[in-house]
Design a protein around this ligand. Sequence first.
Ligand code: AMP
Length: 118
Amino acid sequence: MAYDTHNIFAKILSGEIPNNTIYEDDFVLAFYDISPARKVHALVIPKQAYIDYTDFIKNAPPEQIVGFHKGVLKTVEVLGIHHEGYRIISNTGIHGQQEVPHLHYHILGGEKVGKIVA
Ligand code: AMP
């Protein structure tokens, strides 16, 4: 499957659609989810075009994979939830019920987030 250049997160990256930015560096953009599922609900996306976790880990150069994950932790620290804990989720494909086909990690926290699958 080819990367859909018109997906909503591609439009956020290009500045076509606004976002509520939490943290940004050369590798990631982190912003608040428009429809928060928990007290704190952030999304972290790579600046480069990858469809999902599989695409990213298979095809991204190591510096992007490291940079992305460091950006995820940086986001958690900026959110101030690193001491109490948090959950990272990345929905992938049809069974993962991924809606937006640009890799993203959900960061959920600010309260006990509940069982792993509702
Ligand atoms: P997923 O189902 O894992 O693909 O998650 C997509 C997430 O993107 C959902 O939690 C949506 O609420 C969120 N979302 C969709 N559009 C926007 C937007 N414009 N700004 C912020 N979050 C969004």
